[in-house]
Ligand binder design. Sequence first.
Ligand code: F6R
Length: 614
Amino acid sequence: MCGIVGYVGAKPALDVVVEGLARLEYRGYDSAGVAVLADGRLTTAKRAGKLVNLRNALEEEPPPAGTTGMGHTRWATHGPPNDRNAHPHTDCTGTVAVIHNGIIENFARLRAELEEAGHKLRSDTDTEAVAHLLEDELKRGGGLPDAMRRVCRRLEGAFTLVAVHTGDTDLVVGARRNSPLVVGLGKGENFLASDVAAFIAHTRDAIELGQDQVVELRPNGVVVTDFAGRPAEVKEYHVDWDVSAAEKGGYDYFMLKEIAEQPRAVADTLLGRIGTDGRLILDEMRMPDQELREVDKVIIVACGTANHAGLIAKYAIEHWAGLPCEVELAHEFRYRDPILNRSTLVIAISQSGETMDTLMAVRHAREQHAKVLGICNVNGSTLPRECDGVLYTHAGPEIAVASTKAFLTQLVAVYLIALYLAQVRGTKWGDEVFAMIQLLAQMPEKVDKVLETMEPVRELARSLAGERCVLFLGRHVGFPVALEGALKLKELAYMHAEGFAAGELKHGPIALIEEGLPVVVVVPPRARDVLHDKIVSNIQEIRARGARTIVIAEEGDTSVEPYADTLIAVPAVPTLLQPLVTTVPLQVFACELATAKGHDVDQPRNLAKSVTVE
Ligand code: F6R
Protein backbone atom coordinates (compact mmCIF):
# COMPACT_ATOMS: atom_id res chain seq x y z
CA MET A 1 0.00 0.00 0.00
CA CYS A 2 1.22 3.47 -0.90
CA GLY A 3 3.85 3.84 -3.59
CA ILE A 4 7.13 5.59 -2.92
CA VAL A 5 9.78 6.89 -5.33
CA GLY A 6 13.01 8.74 -4.59
CA TYR A 7 15.60 9.99 -7.07
CA VAL A 8 19.01 11.61 -6.96
CA GLY A 9 21.14 12.11 -10.08
CA ALA A 10 21.44 14.42 -13.06
CA LYS A 11 18.03 14.16 -14.70
CA PRO A 12 15.05 16.41 -13.87
CA ALA A 13 13.86 14.70 -10.68
CA LEU A 14 10.23 15.64 -11.22
CA ASP A 15 10.02 13.73 -14.51
CA VAL A 16 11.65 10.61 -13.06
CA VAL A 17 9.48 10.72 -9.95
CA VAL A 18 6.16 11.28 -11.73
CA GLU A 19 6.98 8.54 -14.25
CA GLY A 20 7.79 6.24 -11.32
CA LEU A 21 4.54 7.13 -9.57
CA ALA A 22 2.60 6.26 -12.70
CA ARG A 23 4.06 2.75 -12.48
CA LEU A 24 3.26 2.51 -8.77
CA GLU A 25 -0.24 3.93 -8.83
CA TYR A 26 -1.61 0.39 -8.42
CA ARG A 27 -0.35 0.56 -4.82
CA GLY A 28 -2.79 3.32 -3.87
CA TYR A 29 -4.61 6.10 -5.63
CA ASP A 30 -6.28 8.21 -2.95
CA SER A 31 -3.84 11.08 -3.52
CA ALA A 32 -0.40 11.79 -4.94
CA GLY A 33 2.39 14.25 -4.18
CA VAL A 34 5.99 15.16 -4.94
CA ALA A 35 8.85 17.10 -3.36
CA VAL A 36 11.79 18.54 -5.31
CA LEU A 37 14.98 20.16 -4.06
CA ALA A 38 16.17 22.97 -6.33
CA ASP A 39 18.51 25.90 -5.65
CA GLY A 40 18.66 24.96 -1.98
CA ARG A 41 14.88 25.18 -1.66
CA LEU A 42 12.22 22.57 -1.08
CA THR A 43 9.02 22.65 -3.14
CA THR A 44 6.12 20.26 -2.65
CA ALA A 45 2.94 19.70 -4.63
CA LYS A 46 0.11 17.32 -3.78
CA ARG A 47 -3.43 16.58 -4.81
CA ALA A 48 -6.25 14.31 -3.66
CA GLY A 49 -7.40 11.69 -6.15
CA LYS A 50 -5.55 9.89 -8.89
CA LEU A 51 -2.16 10.90 -10.25
CA VAL A 52 -3.75 12.77 -13.13
CA ASN A 53 -4.89 15.49 -10.68
CA LEU A 54 -1.32 16.01 -9.54
CA ARG A 55 -0.05 16.01 -13.13
CA ASN A 56 -2.56 18.76 -14.01
CA ALA A 57 -1.53 20.80 -10.99
CA LEU A 58 2.16 20.44 -11.91
CA GLU A 59 1.43 21.57 -15.45
CA GLU A 60 -0.38 24.66 -14.20
CA GLU A 61 2.31 25.52 -11.69
CA PRO A 62 5.58 23.69 -12.39
CA PRO A 63 8.00 23.56 -9.46
CA PRO A 64 11.59 24.80 -9.99
CA ALA A 65 13.72 22.18 -11.82
CA GLY A 66 15.93 20.10 -9.53
CA THR A 67 17.76 16.79 -9.71
CA THR A 68 16.79 15.44 -6.28
CA GLY A 69 13.21 14.55 -5.46
CA MET A 70 10.65 12.07 -4.27
CA GLY A 71 7.00 11.22 -4.78
CA HIS A 72 4.17 9.31 -3.17
CA THR A 73 0.88 7.75 -4.15
CA ARG A 74 -1.36 7.14 -1.15
CA TRP A 75 -3.73 4.52 0.17
CA ALA A 76 -5.24 6.39 3.13
CA THR A 77 -4.91 5.02 6.65
CA HIS A 78 -4.89 8.07 8.97
CA GLY A 79 -7.12 10.90 7.81
CA PRO A 80 -9.37 11.23 4.79
CA PRO A 81 -7.87 11.30 1.30
CA ASN A 82 -7.70 15.08 0.75
CA ASP A 83 -4.93 17.52 -0.34
CA ARG A 84 -3.99 18.26 3.26
CA ASN A 85 -3.35 14.62 4.17
CA ALA A 86 -1.55 13.83 0.92
CA HIS A 87 2.21 13.22 1.21
CA PRO A 88 4.89 14.66 1.31
CA HIS A 89 4.59 16.20 4.77
CA THR A 90 6.93 18.93 5.92
CA ASP A 91 8.21 20.22 9.26
CA CYS A 92 7.59 23.66 10.80
CA THR A 93 10.52 25.21 8.91
CA GLY A 94 9.56 23.81 5.50
CA THR A 95 13.07 22.42 5.02
CA VAL A 96 12.39 18.70 5.57
CA ALA A 97 9.88 16.62 3.60
CA VAL A 98 8.83 13.03 4.34
CA ILE A 99 6.80 10.36 2.57
CA HIS A 100 5.68 7.16 4.24
CA ASN A 101 4.12 3.77 3.67
CA GLY A 102 2.82 1.85 6.67
CA ILE A 103 1.34 2.72 10.05
CA ILE A 104 3.23 4.37 12.90
CA GLU A 105 1.46 2.87 15.86
CA ASN A 106 2.77 5.27 18.53
CA PHE A 107 2.01 8.36 16.47
CA ALA A 108 -0.65 9.75 18.84
CA ARG A 109 1.87 9.87 21.69
CA LEU A 110 4.57 11.38 19.45
CA ARG A 111 2.15 13.94 18.07
CA ALA A 112 1.05 15.04 21.56
CA GLU A 113 4.68 15.38 22.59
CA LEU A 114 5.51 17.44 19.49
CA GLU A 115 2.51 19.73 19.95
CA GLU A 116 3.41 20.29 23.56
CA ALA A 117 6.90 21.30 22.44
CA GLY A 118 5.34 23.91 20.14
CA HIS A 119 5.29 22.14 16.75
CA LYS A 120 2.36 23.00 14.50
CA LEU A 121 0.98 19.88 12.79
CA ARG A 122 -1.32 20.53 9.85
CA SER A 123 -2.60 17.11 8.78
CA ASP A 124 -4.38 14.13 10.37
CA THR A 125 -1.65 11.72 9.33
CA ASP A 126 0.78 9.66 11.38
CA THR A 127 3.49 10.60 8.84
CA GLU A 128 3.65 14.29 9.63
CA ALA A 129 4.98 13.53 13.12
CA VAL A 130 8.11 12.10 11.47
CA ALA A 131 8.82 15.37 9.63
CA HIS A 132 8.72 17.26 12.92
CA LEU A 133 10.78 14.64 14.74
CA LEU A 134 13.39 14.97 11.98
CA GLU A 135 13.32 18.75 12.40
CA ASP A 136 14.23 18.34 16.10
CA GLU A 137 16.87 15.70 15.44
CA LEU A 138 18.50 17.78 12.67
CA LYS A 139 19.02 20.54 15.23
CA ARG A 140 21.09 18.07 17.25
CA GLY A 141 23.49 17.73 14.29
CA GLY A 142 24.77 14.76 12.28
CA GLY A 143 22.77 15.42 9.12
CA LEU A 144 19.67 13.72 7.72
CA PRO A 145 20.91 10.08 7.85
CA ASP A 146 21.73 10.35 11.56
CA ALA A 147 18.48 12.15 12.25
CA MET A 148 16.56 9.44 10.40
CA ARG A 149 18.25 6.66 12.38
CA ARG A 150 17.46 8.37 15.68
CA VAL A 151 13.85 8.96 14.68
CA CYS A 152 13.38 5.37 13.49
CA ARG A 153 14.51 4.10 16.87
CA ARG A 154 11.54 5.93 18.39
CA LEU A 155 8.91 4.63 15.95
CA GLU A 156 6.65 1.64 16.50
CA GLY A 157 4.77 -0.17 13.76
CA ALA A 158 5.49 -0.69 10.09
CA PHE A 159 7.06 1.94 7.92
CA THR A 160 8.98 2.81 4.85
CA LEU A 161 10.13 6.42 5.07
CA VAL A 162 11.89 8.59 2.55
CA ALA A 163 13.06 12.11 3.34
CA VAL A 164 14.90 15.04 1.79
CA HIS A 165 16.34 18.14 3.44
CA THR A 166 17.50 21.46 2.08
CA GLY A 167 20.72 21.11 4.14
CA ASP A 168 22.02 18.43 1.72
CA THR A 169 20.53 18.74 -1.73
CA ASP A 170 22.27 15.73 -3.31
CA LEU A 171 20.88 13.29 -0.79
CA VAL A 172 17.75 11.18 -0.36
CA VAL A 173 17.43 9.09 2.80
CA GLY A 174 15.19 6.03 3.16
CA ALA A 175 14.37 3.69 6.02
CA ARG A 176 12.40 0.50 6.31
CA ARG A 177 10.78 -1.70 8.90
CA ASN A 178 8.21 -4.27 7.77
CA SER A 179 7.34 -2.34 4.60
CA PRO A 180 8.94 -2.69 1.18
CA LEU A 181 11.78 -0.48 -0.12
CA VAL A 182 14.26 -1.30 -2.88
CA VAL A 183 17.23 0.63 -4.23
CA GLY A 184 17.82 1.01 -7.98
CA LEU A 185 21.48 1.37 -8.94
CA GLY A 186 22.15 3.66 -11.90
CA LYS A 187 25.23 5.36 -13.34
CA GLY A 188 25.57 8.78 -11.73
CA GLU A 189 22.06 8.38 -10.39
CA ASN A 190 20.26 6.19 -7.87
CA PHE A 191 16.65 5.40 -7.08
CA LEU A 192 14.50 4.31 -4.16
CA ALA A 193 11.07 2.77 -4.57
CA SER A 194 8.47 0.48 -3.07
CA ASP A 195 8.79 -1.70 -6.15
CA VAL A 196 11.37 -2.01 -8.95
CA ALA A 197 8.64 -1.14 -11.48
CA ALA A 198 9.15 2.52 -10.54
CA PHE A 199 12.71 2.62 -11.91
CA ILE A 200 12.81 -0.30 -14.33
CA ALA A 201 12.97 2.12 -17.30
CA HIS A 202 16.32 3.38 -15.93
CA THR A 203 18.02 0.37 -14.36
CA ARG A 204 17.50 -3.34 -13.72
CA ASP A 205 20.17 -3.52 -10.99
CA ALA A 206 18.73 -3.39 -7.52
CA ILE A 207 19.48 -3.90 -3.83
CA GLU A 208 17.02 -5.38 -1.40
CA LEU A 209 16.99 -3.50 1.86
CA GLY A 210 16.75 -5.57 5.00
CA GLN A 211 14.67 -5.06 8.06
CA ASP A 212 15.46 -1.97 10.18
CA GLN A 213 17.88 -0.43 7.72
CA VAL A 214 18.56 3.15 6.65
CA VAL A 215 19.88 3.98 3.19
CA GLU A 216 21.70 7.16 2.10
CA LEU A 217 21.37 7.72 -1.60
CA ARG A 218 23.69 10.07 -3.49
CA PRO A 219 24.28 10.33 -7.26
CA ASN A 220 27.45 8.25 -6.98
CA GLY A 221 26.95 6.15 -3.91
CA VAL A 222 24.65 4.18 -1.69
CA VAL A 223 25.35 3.55 2.00
CA VAL A 224 23.21 1.17 4.03
CA THR A 225 23.31 0.92 7.83
CA ASP A 226 21.11 -0.45 10.56
CA PHE A 227 19.17 1.91 12.84
CA ALA A 228 22.21 2.12 15.13
CA GLY A 229 24.45 3.31 12.28
CA ARG A 230 26.41 0.06 11.85
CA PRO A 231 27.21 -0.74 8.18
CA ALA A 232 24.83 -3.38 6.81
CA GLU A 233 25.54 -6.13 4.30
CA VAL A 234 23.47 -5.71 1.18
CA LYS A 235 22.39 -8.11 -1.54
CA GLU A 236 22.42 -6.89 -5.14
CA TYR A 237 20.28 -8.56 -7.78
CA HIS A 238 19.34 -8.14 -11.42
CA VAL A 239 15.66 -7.85 -12.31
CA ASP A 240 14.75 -10.50 -14.88
CA TRP A 241 12.06 -8.48 -16.70
CA ASP A 242 12.22 -5.18 -18.51
CA VAL A 243 10.16 -2.05 -18.91
CA SER A 244 7.86 -3.55 -21.57
CA ALA A 245 6.55 -5.98 -18.94
CA ALA A 246 5.42 -3.02 -16.84
CA GLU A 247 3.53 -1.35 -19.71
CA LYS A 248 0.10 -2.01 -21.18
CA GLY A 249 1.46 -3.15 -24.55
CA GLY A 250 -1.56 -1.99 -26.55
CA TYR A 251 -4.23 -3.22 -24.12
CA ASP A 252 -6.70 -0.77 -22.57
CA TYR A 253 -6.03 -2.15 -19.11
CA PHE A 254 -3.20 -4.02 -17.41
CA MET A 255 -5.77 -6.58 -16.30
CA LEU A 256 -6.59 -7.48 -19.91
CA LYS A 257 -2.90 -7.83 -20.70
CA GLU A 258 -2.31 -9.94 -17.61
CA ILE A 259 -5.22 -12.27 -18.39
CA ALA A 260 -3.83 -12.69 -21.92
CA GLU A 261 -0.33 -13.40 -20.59
CA GLN A 262 -1.47 -16.43 -18.59
CA PRO A 263 -0.36 -19.19 -20.99
CA ARG A 264 3.15 -17.65 -20.99
CA ALA A 265 3.11 -17.15 -17.21
CA VAL A 266 2.08 -20.78 -16.61
CA ALA A 267 4.75 -22.01 -19.04
CA ASP A 268 7.45 -19.85 -17.38
CA THR A 269 6.51 -21.17 -13.94
CA LEU A 270 7.01 -24.73 -15.20
CA LEU A 271 10.21 -23.90 -17.06
CA GLY A 272 13.36 -25.63 -15.86
CA ARG A 273 11.50 -27.53 -13.17
CA ILE A 274 10.83 -30.72 -15.11
CA GLY A 275 14.01 -32.74 -15.73
CA THR A 276 14.78 -34.59 -18.97
CA ASP A 277 13.79 -37.83 -17.21
CA GLY A 278 10.35 -36.32 -16.41
CA ARG A 279 11.10 -35.96 -12.68
CA LEU A 280 10.70 -32.67 -10.89
CA ILE A 281 13.78 -30.68 -9.91
CA LEU A 282 13.01 -28.18 -7.18
CA ASP A 283 16.46 -27.81 -5.58
CA GLU A 284 15.93 -24.04 -5.75
CA MET A 285 13.45 -24.39 -2.84
CA ARG A 286 16.44 -25.15 -0.59
CA MET A 287 14.45 -27.75 1.33
CA PRO A 288 16.35 -31.03 1.67
CA ASP A 289 14.36 -34.12 0.61
CA GLN A 290 15.08 -35.69 3.99
CA GLU A 291 13.30 -32.79 5.72
CA LEU A 292 10.36 -33.11 3.37
CA ARG A 293 10.12 -36.81 4.17
CA GLU A 294 9.83 -35.94 7.85
CA VAL A 295 6.89 -33.58 7.35
CA ASP A 296 3.68 -34.88 8.92
CA LYS A 297 1.35 -31.95 8.34
CA VAL A 298 1.07 -29.01 5.96
CA ILE A 299 -0.51 -25.66 6.82
CA ILE A 300 -1.03 -23.07 4.11
CA VAL A 301 -1.30 -19.39 5.01
CA ALA A 302 -2.32 -16.68 2.56
CA CYS A 303 -4.91 -13.95 1.96
CA GLY A 304 -7.48 -13.24 -0.72
CA THR A 305 -6.83 -14.80 -4.07
CA ALA A 306 -3.62 -16.41 -2.81
CA ASN A 307 -5.74 -18.11 -0.14
CA HIS A 308 -7.94 -19.55 -2.88
CA ALA A 309 -4.80 -21.02 -4.45
CA GLY A 310 -4.10 -22.51 -1.02
CA LEU A 311 -7.58 -24.06 -0.83
CA ILE A 312 -6.93 -25.80 -4.15
CA ALA A 313 -3.47 -26.87 -2.96
CA LYS A 314 -5.09 -28.72 -0.06
CA TYR A 315 -6.82 -31.12 -2.47
CA ALA A 316 -3.59 -31.70 -4.40
CA ILE A 317 -1.37 -32.17 -1.35
CA GLU A 318 -3.76 -34.56 0.37
CA HIS A 319 -4.37 -36.55 -2.81
CA TRP A 320 -0.84 -36.76 -4.20
CA ALA A 321 1.37 -36.39 -1.16
CA GLY A 322 -0.91 -38.12 1.34
CA LEU A 323 -0.33 -35.40 3.92
CA PRO A 324 -2.98 -33.71 6.06
CA CYS A 325 -3.26 -30.12 4.95
CA GLU A 326 -4.98 -27.14 6.56
CA VAL A 327 -5.54 -23.80 4.89
CA GLU A 328 -5.70 -20.69 7.01
CA LEU A 329 -6.37 -17.04 6.26
CA ALA A 330 -3.03 -15.56 7.31
CA HIS A 331 -4.66 -12.87 9.47
CA GLU A 332 -6.55 -15.46 11.52
CA PHE A 333 -3.62 -17.85 11.90
CA ARG A 334 -1.54 -16.21 14.58
CA TYR A 335 -4.48 -15.03 16.66
CA ARG A 336 -5.48 -18.57 17.55
CA ASP A 337 -3.17 -21.27 18.85
CA PRO A 338 -2.19 -23.30 15.78
CA ILE A 339 -0.51 -26.58 16.64
CA LEU A 340 2.88 -26.54 14.95
CA ASN A 341 6.17 -28.26 15.47
CA ARG A 342 9.39 -29.13 13.63
CA SER A 343 7.59 -31.60 11.38
CA THR A 344 5.01 -29.08 10.21
CA LEU A 345 5.55 -27.58 6.79
CA VAL A 346 3.96 -24.13 6.52
CA ILE A 347 3.50 -22.86 2.97
CA ALA A 348 3.00 -19.10 2.68
CA ILE A 349 1.59 -17.92 -0.65
CA SER A 350 1.90 -14.28 -1.67
CA GLN A 351 2.20 -12.62 -5.07
CA SER A 352 3.76 -9.45 -3.69
CA GLY A 353 5.74 -11.04 -0.87
CA GLU A 354 4.78 -7.96 1.15
CA THR A 355 1.34 -8.79 2.57
CA MET A 356 1.75 -7.96 6.24
CA ASP A 357 -0.75 -10.56 7.45
CA THR A 358 1.11 -13.30 5.60
CA LEU A 359 4.51 -12.10 6.81
CA MET A 360 3.27 -12.07 10.41
CA ALA A 361 1.91 -15.61 10.00
CA VAL A 362 5.33 -16.71 8.68
CA ARG A 363 7.09 -15.18 11.67
CA HIS A 364 4.67 -16.88 14.03
CA ALA A 365 5.23 -20.25 12.32
CA ARG A 366 9.00 -19.92 12.51
CA GLU A 367 8.83 -19.01 16.19
CA GLN A 368 7.05 -22.35 16.69
CA HIS A 369 9.93 -24.07 14.79
CA ALA A 370 7.86 -25.06 11.77
CA LYS A 371 9.59 -25.17 8.37
CA VAL A 372 8.32 -22.39 6.17
CA LEU A 373 8.24 -22.47 2.39
CA GLY A 374 7.23 -19.34 0.49
CA ILE A 375 5.54 -19.14 -2.90
CA CYS A 376 6.19 -15.67 -4.19
CA ASN A 377 6.21 -13.69 -7.44
CA VAL A 378 8.40 -10.74 -6.50
CA ASN A 379 12.12 -11.20 -6.30
CA GLY A 380 13.66 -8.96 -3.63
CA SER A 381 10.47 -8.79 -1.58
CA THR A 382 10.29 -9.58 2.13
CA LEU A 383 8.63 -13.02 2.10
CA PRO A 384 11.51 -14.98 0.52
CA ARG A 385 13.92 -13.51 3.06
CA GLU A 386 11.76 -14.62 5.95
CA CYS A 387 11.17 -18.21 4.79
CA ASP A 388 13.39 -21.30 5.01
CA GLY A 389 12.89 -21.88 1.31
CA VAL A 390 11.08 -20.31 -1.62
CA LEU A 391 9.57 -21.33 -4.93
CA TYR A 392 9.16 -18.34 -7.22
CA THR A 393 6.25 -18.06 -9.58
CA HIS A 394 7.28 -16.47 -12.88
CA ALA A 395 4.17 -14.46 -13.66
CA GLY A 396 6.17 -11.28 -14.34
CA PRO A 397 5.01 -8.00 -12.84
CA GLU A 398 1.31 -8.01 -11.98
CA ILE A 399 0.11 -4.42 -12.00
CA ALA A 400 -3.70 -4.59 -12.13
CA VAL A 401 -4.98 -4.68 -8.57
CA ALA A 402 -7.08 -7.80 -9.14
CA SER A 403 -4.87 -10.85 -9.27
CA THR A 404 -5.12 -13.04 -12.39
CA LYS A 405 -1.88 -14.42 -13.82
CA ALA A 406 -0.39 -14.56 -10.33
CA PHE A 407 -3.24 -16.86 -9.28
CA LEU A 408 -2.69 -19.29 -12.14
CA THR A 409 1.04 -19.40 -11.48
CA GLN A 410 0.41 -19.93 -7.76
CA LEU A 411 -1.67 -22.95 -8.75
CA VAL A 412 1.20 -24.25 -10.87
CA ALA A 413 3.58 -23.75 -7.94
CA VAL A 414 1.36 -25.66 -5.51
CA TYR A 415 0.88 -28.49 -8.01
CA LEU A 416 4.66 -28.68 -8.41
CA ILE A 417 5.15 -28.79 -4.65
CA ALA A 418 2.42 -31.41 -4.15
CA LEU A 419 3.87 -33.62 -6.90
CA TYR A 420 7.39 -33.09 -5.60
CA LEU A 421 6.27 -34.18 -2.12
CA ALA A 422 4.72 -37.27 -3.75
CA GLN A 423 7.98 -37.90 -5.62
CA VAL A 424 10.28 -37.66 -2.58
CA ARG A 425 7.90 -39.33 -0.15
CA GLY A 426 6.93 -42.11 -2.56
CA THR A 427 3.21 -41.63 -1.91
CA LYS A 428 2.40 -42.20 -5.59
CA TRP A 429 4.06 -44.58 -8.03
CA GLY A 430 6.76 -42.95 -10.12
CA ASP A 431 4.79 -43.46 -13.36
CA GLU A 432 1.70 -41.81 -11.82
CA VAL A 433 3.70 -38.72 -10.81
CA PHE A 434 5.39 -38.73 -14.22
CA ALA A 435 2.01 -38.87 -16.01
CA MET A 436 0.62 -35.99 -13.99
CA ILE A 437 3.71 -33.86 -14.64
CA GLN A 438 3.23 -34.50 -18.37
CA LEU A 439 -0.39 -33.31 -18.10
CA LEU A 440 0.71 -30.25 -16.14
CA ALA A 441 3.18 -29.43 -18.89
CA GLN A 442 0.24 -29.25 -21.35
CA MET A 443 -1.59 -26.60 -19.36
CA PRO A 444 -0.20 -23.48 -21.11
CA GLU A 445 -1.78 -24.78 -24.33
CA LYS A 446 -5.10 -25.50 -22.59
CA VAL A 447 -5.23 -22.03 -21.01
CA ASP A 448 -4.49 -20.54 -24.41
CA LYS A 449 -7.40 -22.49 -25.86
CA VAL A 450 -9.75 -21.10 -23.21
CA LEU A 451 -8.66 -17.56 -24.03
CA GLU A 452 -9.45 -18.08 -27.71
CA THR A 453 -13.10 -18.79 -26.92
CA MET A 454 -13.94 -15.92 -24.59
CA GLU A 455 -16.10 -13.71 -26.83
CA PRO A 456 -19.43 -15.28 -25.71
CA VAL A 457 -18.33 -14.81 -22.08
CA ARG A 458 -17.70 -11.12 -22.74
CA GLU A 459 -21.11 -10.80 -24.40
CA LEU A 460 -22.76 -12.51 -21.45
CA ALA A 461 -20.96 -10.20 -19.02
CA ARG A 462 -22.16 -7.10 -20.85
CA SER A 463 -25.73 -8.40 -20.79
CA LEU A 464 -25.55 -8.79 -17.00
CA ALA A 465 -24.16 -5.33 -16.22
CA GLY A 466 -27.52 -4.24 -14.80
CA GLU A 467 -27.75 -7.13 -12.27
CA ARG A 468 -27.23 -6.55 -8.56
CA CYS A 469 -26.11 -10.02 -7.52
CA VAL A 470 -24.42 -13.09 -8.98
CA LEU A 471 -23.86 -16.38 -7.16
CA PHE A 472 -21.10 -18.91 -7.87
CA LEU A 473 -21.25 -22.61 -7.06
CA GLY A 474 -18.60 -25.30 -7.19
CA ARG A 475 -17.62 -28.61 -5.63
CA HIS A 476 -14.22 -30.04 -4.73
CA VAL A 477 -11.56 -27.79 -6.37
CA GLY A 478 -14.42 -26.03 -8.12
CA PHE A 479 -15.46 -24.55 -4.77
CA PRO A 480 -12.35 -22.33 -4.38
CA VAL A 481 -12.79 -21.45 -8.07
CA ALA A 482 -16.32 -20.27 -7.22
CA LEU A 483 -14.89 -18.19 -4.35
CA GLU A 484 -12.33 -16.69 -6.71
CA GLY A 485 -14.99 -15.89 -9.35
CA ALA A 486 -17.09 -14.13 -6.71
CA LEU A 487 -14.09 -12.21 -5.33
CA LYS A 488 -13.17 -10.94 -8.81
CA LEU A 489 -16.72 -9.73 -9.39
CA LYS A 490 -16.96 -8.03 -5.99
CA GLU A 491 -13.70 -6.17 -6.29
CA LEU A 492 -14.11 -5.08 -9.91
CA ALA A 493 -17.86 -4.67 -10.47
CA TYR A 494 -18.78 -3.73 -6.84
CA MET A 495 -21.64 -6.22 -7.00
CA HIS A 496 -22.90 -8.61 -4.42
CA ALA A 497 -21.24 -11.87 -5.41
CA GLU A 498 -20.99 -14.97 -3.28
CA GLY A 499 -19.25 -18.30 -3.79
CA PHE A 500 -20.74 -21.44 -2.25
CA ALA A 501 -19.87 -25.11 -2.07
CA ALA A 502 -22.69 -26.60 -4.13
CA GLY A 503 -23.27 -29.26 -1.48
CA GLU A 504 -24.09 -26.50 0.97
CA LEU A 505 -26.90 -25.15 -1.18
CA LYS A 506 -29.78 -26.92 0.53
CA HIS A 507 -28.37 -25.99 3.95
CA GLY A 508 -29.33 -22.35 3.41
CA PRO A 509 -28.08 -20.51 0.32
CA ILE A 510 -30.82 -21.93 -1.91
CA ALA A 511 -33.15 -19.43 -0.20
CA LEU A 512 -31.35 -16.69 -2.16
CA ILE A 513 -32.46 -18.10 -5.49
CA GLU A 514 -35.16 -16.06 -7.17
CA GLU A 515 -36.48 -15.54 -10.68
CA GLY A 516 -33.71 -14.54 -13.07
CA LEU A 517 -30.83 -14.58 -10.53
CA PRO A 518 -27.60 -15.36 -12.43
CA VAL A 519 -25.81 -18.35 -10.91
CA VAL A 520 -22.47 -19.51 -12.27
CA VAL A 521 -21.83 -23.22 -11.71
CA VAL A 522 -18.40 -24.83 -12.10
CA VAL A 523 -18.92 -28.46 -13.08
CA PRO A 524 -16.22 -31.08 -12.34
CA PRO A 525 -15.04 -33.35 -15.19
CA ARG A 526 -17.32 -36.26 -16.10
CA ALA A 527 -14.55 -38.62 -14.92
CA ARG A 528 -15.50 -37.62 -11.36
CA ASP A 529 -18.89 -39.23 -11.90
CA VAL A 530 -20.33 -38.93 -8.39
CA LEU A 531 -19.32 -35.31 -7.94
CA HIS A 532 -20.31 -34.50 -11.49
CA ASP A 533 -23.77 -35.99 -11.19
CA LYS A 534 -24.41 -34.32 -7.85
CA ILE A 535 -23.67 -30.89 -9.25
CA VAL A 536 -25.85 -31.55 -12.28
CA SER A 537 -28.69 -32.19 -9.78
CA ASN A 538 -27.83 -28.91 -8.04
CA ILE A 539 -28.14 -27.08 -11.36
CA GLN A 540 -31.59 -28.57 -11.84
CA GLU A 541 -32.62 -27.59 -8.32
CA ILE A 542 -31.71 -23.94 -8.75
CA ARG A 543 -33.12 -23.76 -12.26
CA ALA A 544 -36.44 -25.13 -11.01
CA ARG A 545 -36.49 -22.15 -8.65
CA GLY A 546 -35.94 -19.58 -11.39
CA ALA A 547 -32.13 -19.17 -11.47
CA ARG A 548 -30.49 -18.18 -14.74
CA THR A 549 -27.79 -20.85 -14.97
CA ILE A 550 -24.36 -20.14 -16.40
CA VAL A 551 -22.55 -23.45 -16.53
CA ILE A 552 -18.82 -23.96 -16.95
CA ALA A 553 -18.18 -27.56 -17.97
CA GLU A 554 -15.66 -29.54 -19.97
CA GLU A 555 -16.03 -29.80 -23.76
CA GLY A 556 -18.38 -32.55 -24.82
CA ASP A 557 -20.26 -32.69 -21.51
CA THR A 558 -23.72 -32.93 -23.04
CA SER A 559 -25.35 -33.94 -19.75
CA VAL A 560 -25.45 -30.29 -18.58
CA GLU A 561 -26.83 -28.87 -21.82
CA PRO A 562 -30.56 -29.18 -20.96
CA TYR A 563 -30.08 -27.22 -17.73
CA ALA A 564 -27.67 -24.51 -18.84
CA ASP A 565 -29.04 -21.13 -19.95
CA THR A 566 -25.48 -20.39 -20.98
CA LEU A 567 -22.84 -23.06 -21.41
CA ILE A 568 -19.15 -22.19 -21.28
CA ALA A 569 -17.03 -25.12 -22.45
CA VAL A 570 -13.43 -25.51 -21.29
CA PRO A 571 -10.85 -28.11 -22.37
CA ALA A 572 -11.03 -31.49 -20.65
CA VAL A 573 -8.25 -31.81 -18.06
CA PRO A 574 -7.83 -33.89 -14.88
CA THR A 575 -9.99 -32.75 -11.96
CA LEU A 576 -7.16 -31.36 -9.81
CA LEU A 577 -5.84 -29.25 -12.70
CA GLN A 578 -9.27 -28.01 -13.73
CA PRO A 579 -9.02 -24.68 -11.82
CA LEU A 580 -6.38 -23.59 -14.35
CA VAL A 581 -9.00 -23.60 -17.09
CA THR A 582 -12.22 -22.83 -15.18
CA THR A 583 -10.89 -19.69 -13.48
CA VAL A 584 -10.05 -17.93 -16.74
CA PRO A 585 -13.67 -17.41 -17.93
CA LEU A 586 -14.51 -16.02 -14.48
CA GLN A 587 -11.68 -13.48 -14.72
CA VAL A 588 -12.82 -12.43 -18.20
CA PHE A 589 -16.44 -12.27 -17.00
CA ALA A 590 -15.66 -9.97 -14.06
CA CYS A 591 -13.33 -7.77 -16.07
CA GLU A 592 -15.83 -7.28 -18.90
CA LEU A 593 -18.82 -6.75 -16.62
CA ALA A 594 -16.93 -4.12 -14.59
CA THR A 595 -15.77 -2.38 -17.77
CA ALA A 596 -19.35 -2.35 -19.06
CA LYS A 597 -20.31 -0.59 -15.82
CA GLY A 598 -17.65 2.02 -16.55
CA HIS A 599 -15.23 0.99 -13.79
CA ASP A 600 -11.46 1.26 -13.94
CA VAL A 601 -10.56 -2.43 -13.60
CA ASP A 602 -6.91 -1.71 -12.89
CA GLN A 603 -7.68 0.48 -9.92
CA PRO A 604 -10.90 -0.61 -8.20
CA ARG A 605 -12.21 1.66 -5.48
CA ASN A 606 -10.83 1.41 -1.93
CA LEU A 607 -8.27 -1.24 -2.88
CA ALA A 608 -4.50 -1.30 -3.26
CA LYS A 609 -2.34 -3.99 -4.77
CA SER A 610 -0.36 -5.09 -1.77
CA VAL A 611 -1.77 -4.87 1.71
CA THR A 612 1.29 -3.89 3.68
CA VAL A 613 -0.55 -2.96 6.85
CA GLU A 614 -2.56 -5.28 9.10
C1 F6R B 1 -7.60 -10.19 -5.28
C2 F6R B 1 -6.29 -9.86 -4.78
C3 F6R B 1 -6.04 -9.97 -3.32
C4 F6R B 1 -4.64 -10.57 -3.07
C5 F6R B 1 -4.33 -10.57 -1.57
C6 F6R B 1 -2.99 -11.22 -1.27
O1 F6R B 1 -7.68 -10.07 -6.66
O2 F6R B 1 -5.43 -9.50 -5.53
O3 F6R B 1 -7.02 -10.70 -2.68
O4 F6R B 1 -4.62 -11.86 -3.58
O5 F6R B 1 -4.32 -9.26 -1.10
O6 F6R B 1 -1.96 -10.55 -1.93
P1 F6R B 1 -0.53 -11.23 -2.07
O7 F6R B 1 -0.68 -12.40 -2.96
O8 F6R B 1 0.34 -10.16 -2.66
O9 F6R B 1 -0.11 -11.62 -0.69
